[in-house]
Ligand binder design. Structure first.
Ligand SMILES: Nc1ncnc2c1ncn2[C@@H]1O[C@H](COP(=O)(O)OP(=O)(O)OP(=O)(O)O)[C@@H](O)[C@H]1O
Ligand SMILES: [Mg+2]
Length: 236
């Protein structure tokens, strides 16, 4: 049984087809990377999956309340009037049995896991760097315990050490909790390490999808070959 199904979904903005007839299915425990150049429709597809944008055509079937997204732009996704404590607390609303003290402990421990100090709970989003804000967004997402996480360039702005720390954390959580990931990234080297499946987007379409090693070793579409050449400087 698929946990998420996308059937022939399209979206245009002022006549430009940002997403053009995309279909994909996700099973529980899948870790799907979506790659493709800037403007190929990745974020638009993610926002349709989240229900933030209505498709012009097509159907998306997802379980209710099971999706969370880490947005590409963490400035826009964190309320500037809320401090970190309020931002993270909101993610724990579903867990009504927690005492105030347990809530504080959970928030502090998650901040440590994403490489931030638990002493920042009283601070506001504008007081952080872009990478720190992104880590706050990731912490919020993980505290909400979704079954499916959509990570849109979630670690792209971070330096490689923190990137590794967070992708390692995501992998552990995935194993422990049986999570399902859609990992959107420009970085083929990173997705090769992180994900098991890959979908390649080009001009709004998925031109190729499959298991990571199969697609990387024997890419069928010329655009996938171009992407791989650009990423690994190899002749395929
Ligand atoms: N709200 C919008 N209004 C008009 N055009 C939009 C809107 N959102 C996206 N587009 C257009 O749709 C296309 C796909 O955009 P999208 O943000 O999905 O690309 P992307 O693959 O996420 O790119 P990037 O890698 O740069 O994040 C682009 O041409 C973009 O300009
Ligand atoms: Mg995008």
């Amino acid at each position: 049984m698929n946990i998420l199904e996308v059937h022939n979904v399209s979206k245009s903005f002022k006549g430009v087809r940002a997403v053009d007839g995309v279909s994909l299915g996700l099973r529980q425990g899948d870790n799907l990377a979506i790659v493709g150049e800037s403007g190929s429709g990745k974020t638009t597809l993610a926002k349709m999956i989240m229900g933030l944008i209505t498709p012009d055509e097509g159907v998306i079937k997802a379980g209710r309340g099971t999706l969370q997204m880490v947005f590409q732009d963490p400035v826009g996704s964190l309320d500037p009037l809320w401090n970190v404590r309020s931002i993270l607390k909101e993610a724990l609303w579903h867990n009504r049995t927690l005492s105030g003290r347990q809530i504080e402990e959970k928030m502090a421990s998650m901040l440590t896991k994403v490489g931030l100090s638990s002493g920042i709970l009283g601070r506001f989003p504008h007081e952080f760097s872009g990478g720190e804000r992104q880590r706050i967004a990731i912490a919020r997402c993980l505290l909400a315990c979704p079954r499916v996480l959509l990570l849109d360039e979630a670690v792209s702005a971070l330096d490689t050490l923190v990137q590794k720390q967070i992708t390692d954390l995501l992998k552990t959580l995935k194993q422990d909790l049986g999570l399902t990931y859609i990992f959107i990234s420009h970085n083929l080297r990173l997705v090769r390490r992180f994900s098991d499946k890959i979908a390649v987007m080009h001009q709004g379409k998925i031109v190729e999808q499959g298991l990571m090693p199969a697609v990387l070793e024997a890419p069928q579409h010329p655009y996938t070959r171009q992407l791989l050449q650009a990423a690994f400087y190899t002749h395929l």
